[in-house]
Design a protein around this ligand. Structure first.
Ligand code: G6P
Length: 367
Protein backbone atom coordinates (compact mmCIF):
# COMPACT_ATOMS: atom_id res chain seq x y z
CA UNK A 1 0.00 0.00 0.00
CA UNK A 2 2.87 2.39 0.76
CA UNK A 3 4.03 1.97 -2.84
CA UNK A 4 0.55 2.74 -4.13
CA UNK A 5 0.56 5.96 -2.15
CA UNK A 6 3.59 7.07 -4.11
CA UNK A 7 5.39 8.56 -1.13
CA UNK A 8 2.36 10.42 0.24
CA UNK A 9 1.11 9.57 3.75
CA UNK A 10 -2.48 9.21 2.52
CA UNK A 11 -4.29 8.54 -0.73
CA UNK A 12 -6.27 11.73 -0.22
CA UNK A 13 -3.15 13.91 -0.28
CA UNK A 14 -1.81 11.99 -3.28
CA UNK A 15 -5.09 12.50 -5.12
CA UNK A 16 -5.23 16.20 -4.26
CA UNK A 17 -1.77 16.52 -5.79
CA UNK A 18 -2.78 14.55 -8.88
CA UNK A 19 -5.30 17.21 -9.82
CA UNK A 20 -3.18 19.12 -12.34
CA UNK A 21 -2.56 15.89 -14.26
CA UNK A 22 -6.24 14.91 -14.03
CA UNK A 23 -7.28 18.30 -15.44
CA UNK A 24 -4.90 17.99 -18.39
CA UNK A 25 -5.97 14.40 -19.09
CA UNK A 26 -9.64 15.38 -19.04
CA UNK A 27 -9.56 18.72 -20.85
CA UNK A 28 -6.87 18.32 -23.55
CA UNK A 29 -8.59 15.57 -25.55
CA UNK A 30 -11.66 17.81 -25.74
CA UNK A 31 -10.03 20.87 -27.20
CA UNK A 32 -9.57 20.86 -30.94
CA UNK A 33 -8.01 23.80 -32.68
CA UNK A 34 -8.73 25.93 -29.60
CA UNK A 35 -12.44 25.05 -29.48
CA UNK A 36 -14.26 22.83 -26.96
CA UNK A 37 -15.50 19.53 -28.42
CA UNK A 38 -17.74 17.10 -26.57
CA UNK A 39 -16.90 14.02 -28.67
CA UNK A 40 -20.45 12.76 -28.37
CA UNK A 41 -21.61 12.23 -31.96
CA UNK A 42 -25.29 12.79 -31.10
CA UNK A 43 -24.67 16.07 -29.27
CA UNK A 44 -24.13 18.17 -32.36
CA UNK A 45 -24.41 21.95 -32.21
CA UNK A 46 -27.85 21.55 -33.74
CA UNK A 47 -28.91 19.15 -30.99
CA UNK A 48 -27.45 21.50 -28.36
CA UNK A 49 -29.52 24.36 -29.77
CA UNK A 50 -32.72 22.38 -29.17
CA UNK A 51 -32.19 21.62 -25.50
CA UNK A 52 -34.97 23.15 -23.41
CA UNK A 53 -33.71 22.54 -19.91
CA UNK A 54 -30.82 20.71 -18.28
CA UNK A 55 -31.24 18.55 -15.17
CA UNK A 56 -28.05 17.70 -13.30
CA UNK A 57 -28.54 14.72 -11.02
CA UNK A 58 -26.02 13.15 -8.64
CA UNK A 59 -25.17 12.39 -5.00
CA UNK A 60 -22.65 13.86 -2.57
CA UNK A 61 -19.64 15.59 -4.01
CA UNK A 62 -20.75 14.83 -7.57
CA UNK A 63 -23.95 16.78 -6.81
CA UNK A 64 -21.81 19.71 -5.68
CA UNK A 65 -20.02 19.57 -9.04
CA UNK A 66 -23.50 19.67 -10.58
CA UNK A 67 -24.18 22.95 -8.75
CA UNK A 68 -21.11 24.50 -10.34
CA UNK A 69 -22.25 23.08 -13.69
CA UNK A 70 -25.70 24.61 -13.32
CA UNK A 71 -24.26 28.03 -12.59
CA UNK A 72 -21.86 27.80 -15.56
CA UNK A 73 -24.56 26.57 -17.96
CA UNK A 74 -26.94 29.33 -16.93
CA UNK A 75 -24.30 32.07 -16.91
CA UNK A 76 -22.68 31.17 -20.23
CA UNK A 77 -25.45 29.57 -22.28
CA UNK A 78 -28.56 31.04 -20.59
CA UNK A 79 -30.20 27.60 -20.64
CA UNK A 80 -32.27 26.88 -17.53
CA UNK A 81 -30.62 24.21 -15.41
CA UNK A 82 -31.67 22.42 -12.24
CA UNK A 83 -29.66 20.40 -9.79
CA UNK A 84 -31.19 17.43 -8.05
CA UNK A 85 -30.05 15.04 -5.38
CA UNK A 86 -30.58 11.64 -7.04
CA UNK A 87 -32.52 10.21 -4.10
CA UNK A 88 -34.92 13.17 -4.29
CA UNK A 89 -35.22 13.23 -8.06
CA UNK A 90 -36.20 9.58 -8.31
CA UNK A 91 -39.08 9.88 -5.86
CA UNK A 92 -40.51 13.29 -6.66
CA UNK A 93 -42.05 12.58 -10.04
CA UNK A 94 -39.85 15.20 -11.73
CA UNK A 95 -41.25 17.32 -14.53
CA UNK A 96 -39.34 16.20 -17.61
CA UNK A 97 -39.80 16.81 -21.29
CA UNK A 98 -38.20 15.09 -24.30
CA UNK A 99 -36.43 18.37 -25.21
CA UNK A 100 -34.59 18.26 -21.88
CA UNK A 101 -31.20 16.76 -21.22
CA UNK A 102 -30.45 14.90 -18.02
CA UNK A 103 -26.80 14.98 -16.96
CA UNK A 104 -25.90 12.25 -14.49
CA UNK A 105 -22.64 12.77 -12.61
CA UNK A 106 -20.83 9.97 -10.80
CA UNK A 107 -17.26 9.09 -9.97
CA UNK A 108 -17.86 5.36 -9.49
CA UNK A 109 -20.71 4.97 -11.93
CA UNK A 110 -22.29 2.59 -9.41
CA UNK A 111 -24.22 4.77 -6.93
CA UNK A 112 -27.60 3.13 -6.54
CA UNK A 113 -29.77 6.26 -6.30
CA UNK A 114 -27.94 7.90 -9.20
CA UNK A 115 -28.42 4.84 -11.39
CA UNK A 116 -32.12 4.74 -10.48
CA UNK A 117 -32.46 8.44 -11.39
CA UNK A 118 -30.86 7.71 -14.75
CA UNK A 119 -33.29 4.86 -15.42
CA UNK A 120 -36.24 7.05 -14.48
CA UNK A 121 -35.14 9.74 -16.94
CA UNK A 122 -34.70 7.17 -19.69
CA UNK A 123 -38.09 5.64 -19.01
CA UNK A 124 -39.58 9.11 -19.61
CA UNK A 125 -37.85 9.34 -22.97
CA UNK A 126 -35.37 12.02 -21.90
CA UNK A 127 -31.81 11.68 -23.25
CA UNK A 128 -29.17 11.06 -20.60
CA UNK A 129 -25.56 12.19 -20.70
CA UNK A 130 -23.39 10.59 -18.01
CA UNK A 131 -20.20 12.17 -16.69
CA UNK A 132 -18.42 9.19 -15.17
CA UNK A 133 -14.91 8.30 -14.05
CA UNK A 134 -15.07 4.50 -14.19
CA UNK A 135 -15.08 3.05 -17.69
CA UNK A 136 -17.73 0.40 -18.28
CA UNK A 137 -19.50 1.10 -14.95
CA UNK A 138 -23.26 0.55 -14.63
CA UNK A 139 -24.06 4.24 -15.17
CA UNK A 140 -21.71 4.47 -18.17
CA UNK A 141 -23.43 1.45 -19.72
CA UNK A 142 -26.97 2.60 -19.05
CA UNK A 143 -26.60 6.20 -20.29
CA UNK A 144 -27.31 7.31 -23.86
CA UNK A 145 -24.07 9.28 -24.04
CA UNK A 146 -20.95 9.31 -21.87
CA UNK A 147 -18.26 11.88 -21.27
CA UNK A 148 -15.57 10.26 -19.18
CA UNK A 149 -13.53 12.12 -16.62
CA UNK A 150 -9.92 10.97 -16.63
CA UNK A 151 -9.03 11.29 -12.96
CA UNK A 152 -7.61 7.77 -12.76
CA UNK A 153 -8.55 5.56 -9.80
CA UNK A 154 -9.71 7.48 -6.74
CA UNK A 155 -9.10 5.47 -3.56
CA UNK A 156 -9.72 7.91 -0.67
CA UNK A 157 -13.38 7.93 0.34
CA UNK A 158 -13.48 11.73 0.25
CA UNK A 159 -13.62 12.69 -3.41
CA UNK A 160 -11.15 15.34 -4.59
CA UNK A 161 -9.68 14.85 -8.04
CA UNK A 162 -12.90 13.33 -9.41
CA UNK A 163 -14.83 16.45 -8.35
CA UNK A 164 -12.21 18.65 -9.99
CA UNK A 165 -12.57 16.97 -13.38
CA UNK A 166 -16.35 16.69 -13.15
CA UNK A 167 -16.33 20.48 -12.98
CA UNK A 168 -13.97 20.63 -15.98
CA UNK A 169 -16.27 18.49 -18.13
CA UNK A 170 -19.25 20.60 -17.11
CA UNK A 171 -17.36 23.76 -18.08
CA UNK A 172 -16.52 22.24 -21.48
CA UNK A 173 -20.17 21.33 -21.93
CA UNK A 174 -21.31 24.83 -20.91
CA UNK A 175 -18.83 26.46 -23.30
CA UNK A 176 -19.88 24.34 -26.28
CA UNK A 177 -23.55 24.86 -25.44
CA UNK A 178 -23.04 28.62 -25.23
CA UNK A 179 -21.14 28.68 -28.53
CA UNK A 180 -23.69 26.46 -30.32
CA UNK A 181 -26.50 28.75 -29.19
CA UNK A 182 -24.73 31.96 -30.18
CA UNK A 183 -24.34 33.13 -26.60
CA UNK A 184 -20.56 33.20 -26.94
CA UNK A 185 -18.75 34.26 -30.11
CA UNK A 186 -16.04 32.04 -31.47
CA UNK A 187 -13.40 34.43 -30.12
CA UNK A 188 -14.96 34.42 -26.65
CA UNK A 189 -15.27 30.63 -26.70
CA UNK A 190 -11.61 30.29 -27.62
CA UNK A 191 -10.55 32.65 -24.87
CA UNK A 192 -12.55 30.82 -22.20
CA UNK A 193 -11.34 27.45 -23.45
CA UNK A 194 -7.72 28.58 -23.28
CA UNK A 195 -8.28 29.76 -19.71
CA UNK A 196 -9.86 26.44 -18.80
CA UNK A 197 -6.77 24.72 -20.19
CA UNK A 198 -4.69 26.92 -17.88
CA UNK A 199 -6.40 25.42 -14.82
CA UNK A 200 -3.71 22.78 -14.30
CA UNK A 201 -1.09 25.54 -13.97
CA UNK A 202 -3.37 27.89 -12.02
CA UNK A 203 -3.86 25.38 -9.21
CA UNK A 204 -0.19 24.45 -8.75
CA UNK A 205 0.61 27.43 -6.50
CA UNK A 206 -2.44 26.49 -4.39
CA UNK A 207 -0.95 23.02 -3.87
CA UNK A 208 2.34 24.67 -2.95
CA UNK A 209 0.58 26.83 -0.33
CA UNK A 210 -0.10 23.72 1.78
CA UNK A 211 2.12 24.79 4.71
CA UNK A 212 0.04 27.91 5.33
CA UNK A 213 -3.18 25.90 5.14
CA UNK A 214 -1.71 23.38 7.56
CA UNK A 215 -0.87 26.24 9.90
CA UNK A 216 -4.46 27.49 9.75
CA UNK A 217 -5.71 23.98 10.48
CA UNK A 218 -3.40 23.81 13.49
CA UNK A 219 -5.04 26.96 14.88
CA UNK A 220 -8.54 25.53 14.62
CA UNK A 221 -8.00 21.80 15.12
CA UNK A 222 -9.85 21.77 18.44
CA UNK A 223 -12.91 23.68 17.30
CA UNK A 224 -16.35 22.17 17.93
CA UNK A 225 -17.88 23.58 14.82
CA UNK A 226 -17.14 25.56 11.71
CA UNK A 227 -19.14 27.62 9.22
CA UNK A 228 -18.59 28.22 5.53
CA UNK A 229 -20.26 31.14 3.78
CA UNK A 230 -20.26 32.41 0.21
CA UNK A 231 -22.46 33.59 -2.64
CA UNK A 232 -22.98 32.14 -6.12
CA UNK A 233 -20.09 29.86 -7.09
CA UNK A 234 -18.62 30.54 -3.66
CA UNK A 235 -21.77 29.13 -2.06
CA UNK A 236 -21.42 25.89 -4.04
CA UNK A 237 -17.80 25.70 -2.89
CA UNK A 238 -18.89 26.38 0.69
CA UNK A 239 -21.04 23.26 0.54
CA UNK A 240 -18.20 21.15 -0.82
CA UNK A 241 -15.57 22.57 1.55
CA UNK A 242 -17.89 21.94 4.48
CA UNK A 243 -18.70 18.41 3.34
CA UNK A 244 -15.01 17.55 3.02
CA UNK A 245 -14.32 18.89 6.51
CA UNK A 246 -17.13 17.05 8.27
CA UNK A 247 -16.58 13.79 6.35
CA UNK A 248 -13.01 13.29 7.37
CA UNK A 249 -12.31 15.42 10.47
CA UNK A 250 -15.70 14.92 12.21
CA UNK A 251 -15.89 18.62 13.01
CA UNK A 252 -19.49 19.75 12.86
CA UNK A 253 -19.68 22.02 9.88
CA UNK A 254 -22.37 23.90 8.00
CA UNK A 255 -22.40 25.88 4.79
CA UNK A 256 -24.67 28.84 4.21
CA UNK A 257 -25.42 31.22 1.42
CA UNK A 258 -23.83 34.30 2.96
CA UNK A 259 -27.01 36.36 2.64
CA UNK A 260 -28.97 33.70 4.56
CA UNK A 261 -26.83 34.04 7.69
CA UNK A 262 -29.06 36.59 9.29
CA UNK A 263 -32.07 34.29 8.87
CA UNK A 264 -30.82 31.86 11.45
CA UNK A 265 -27.24 30.69 11.48
CA UNK A 266 -25.87 33.89 12.93
CA UNK A 267 -27.34 32.76 16.27
CA UNK A 268 -24.77 29.98 16.32
CA UNK A 269 -21.82 32.30 15.83
CA UNK A 270 -20.11 32.73 19.18
CA UNK A 271 -16.67 33.67 20.40
CA UNK A 272 -13.84 31.94 18.57
CA UNK A 273 -15.96 29.96 16.06
CA UNK A 274 -14.17 29.76 12.71
CA UNK A 275 -16.09 31.22 9.78
CA UNK A 276 -14.61 30.43 6.41
CA UNK A 277 -15.75 33.24 4.15
CA UNK A 278 -15.34 32.61 0.43
CA UNK A 279 -15.20 35.83 -1.58
CA UNK A 280 -13.78 35.13 -5.02
CA UNK A 281 -16.68 36.50 -7.06
CA UNK A 282 -16.21 40.17 -7.91
CA UNK A 283 -19.90 40.95 -8.41
CA UNK A 284 -20.77 40.00 -4.83
CA UNK A 285 -17.44 40.59 -3.12
CA UNK A 286 -18.58 43.56 -1.02
CA UNK A 287 -21.73 41.73 0.02
CA UNK A 288 -19.85 38.68 1.28
CA UNK A 289 -17.35 40.88 3.05
CA UNK A 290 -20.12 42.61 4.94
CA UNK A 291 -21.49 39.20 5.98
CA UNK A 292 -18.03 38.18 7.18
CA UNK A 293 -17.90 41.38 9.20
CA UNK A 294 -21.25 40.56 10.82
CA UNK A 295 -19.83 37.27 12.05
CA UNK A 296 -16.61 38.87 13.20
CA UNK A 297 -18.43 41.43 15.27
CA UNK A 298 -20.04 38.48 17.09
CA UNK A 299 -16.68 36.99 17.93
CA UNK A 300 -16.06 34.69 14.96
CA UNK A 301 -12.54 34.07 13.73
CA UNK A 302 -12.82 34.84 10.03
CA UNK A 303 -10.65 33.07 7.48
CA UNK A 304 -11.23 34.96 4.24
CA UNK A 305 -10.50 33.39 0.84
CA UNK A 306 -10.18 36.04 -1.82
CA UNK A 307 -8.07 37.03 -4.80
CA UNK A 308 -4.70 38.79 -4.68
CA UNK A 309 -5.90 42.18 -5.84
CA UNK A 310 -8.78 42.78 -3.45
CA UNK A 311 -8.60 45.30 -0.66
CA UNK A 312 -9.71 43.87 2.65
CA UNK A 313 -10.54 46.63 5.13
CA UNK A 314 -9.39 46.33 8.72
CA UNK A 315 -11.61 44.44 11.12
CA UNK A 316 -13.04 41.90 8.68
CA UNK A 317 -10.64 38.98 8.50
CA UNK A 318 -8.32 37.34 11.00
CA UNK A 319 -6.56 35.36 8.28
CA UNK A 320 -6.56 35.76 4.51
CA UNK A 321 -5.90 33.08 1.91
CA UNK A 322 -5.09 34.73 -1.40
CA UNK A 323 -5.85 33.20 -4.79
CA UNK A 324 -4.48 34.24 -8.17
CA UNK A 325 -6.55 36.22 -10.62
CA UNK A 326 -8.68 33.95 -12.78
CA UNK A 327 -12.04 34.20 -14.54
CA UNK A 328 -14.78 34.33 -11.91
CA UNK A 329 -16.62 31.40 -13.45
CA UNK A 330 -13.52 29.17 -13.25
CA UNK A 331 -12.62 30.24 -9.73
CA UNK A 332 -14.08 27.03 -8.20
CA UNK A 333 -11.22 25.05 -9.80
CA UNK A 334 -8.70 27.11 -7.88
CA UNK A 335 -10.65 27.67 -4.68
CA UNK A 336 -11.40 24.03 -4.00
CA UNK A 337 -7.72 23.14 -3.54
CA UNK A 338 -7.10 25.06 -0.27
CA UNK A 339 -10.49 23.87 1.01
CA UNK A 340 -9.51 20.25 0.36
CA UNK A 341 -6.17 20.83 2.05
CA UNK A 342 -7.83 22.48 5.05
CA UNK A 343 -10.11 19.45 5.55
CA UNK A 344 -7.17 17.12 5.04
CA UNK A 345 -4.90 18.77 7.61
CA UNK A 346 -7.72 19.15 10.13
CA UNK A 347 -8.32 15.39 9.88
CA UNK A 348 -4.61 14.56 10.11
CA UNK A 349 -4.06 16.82 13.12
CA UNK A 350 -7.11 15.38 14.86
CA UNK A 351 -5.76 11.87 14.35
CA UNK A 352 -8.59 10.71 12.07
CA UNK A 353 -8.49 7.88 9.57
CA UNK A 354 -8.28 10.24 6.60
CA UNK A 355 -8.75 7.78 3.76
CA UNK A 356 -11.42 5.65 5.44
CA UNK A 357 -13.67 7.85 7.57
CA UNK A 358 -16.12 6.10 9.85
CA UNK A 359 -19.53 5.10 8.48
CA UNK A 360 -18.75 6.24 4.94
CA UNK A 361 -18.22 4.18 1.80
CA UNK A 362 -16.49 5.09 -1.42
CA UNK A 363 -19.42 3.94 -3.44
CA UNK A 364 -22.95 3.56 -2.11
CA UNK A 365 -24.48 0.70 -4.04
CA UNK A 366 -27.41 0.15 -1.69
CA UNK A 367 -30.26 2.52 -1.13
C1 G6P B 1 -20.23 8.47 -1.56
C2 G6P B 1 -18.78 8.96 -1.55
C3 G6P B 1 -18.72 10.40 -2.03
C4 G6P B 1 -19.36 10.53 -3.39
C5 G6P B 1 -20.78 9.97 -3.42
C6 G6P B 1 -21.30 9.83 -4.84
O1 G6P B 1 -20.94 9.16 -0.59
O2 G6P B 1 -18.25 8.86 -0.25
O3 G6P B 1 -17.37 10.83 -2.11
O4 G6P B 1 -19.38 11.88 -3.78
O5 G6P B 1 -20.83 8.67 -2.84
O6 G6P B 1 -20.52 8.86 -5.49
P1 G6P B 1 -20.33 8.73 -7.03
O7 G6P B 1 -19.42 7.55 -7.23
O8 G6P B 1 -21.71 8.50 -7.62
O9 G6P B 1 -19.74 10.00 -7.52
Amino acid sequence: EAAEKGGYPHFMLKEINEQPAAITATVSPRVEDGMPVLRVPELTDEALRKIGRVHLVACGTAMHAGMVGKAAIEALARVPAEVDIASEFRYRDPILSPEDLVIIISQSGETSDTLAALKLAKSRGVPVLAIVNVVGSSIARAADYVMYTYAGPEIAVASTKAYMVQMCVLYLFALRLAYARGRLTEAETRRYTARLQDAAEIIKPRLADCEYIKYLASLFMNTQSCFFIGRGFDYSLSLEGSLKLKEISYVHSDAYAAGELKHGTISLVTDGVPVIALATQKSVYEKTLSNAKETKSRGAKVILFTTKDTVVPEGIADYIVRLDEYEDIFMPLQLIVPLQLFAYYMAVLRGCDVDKPRNLAKSVTVE
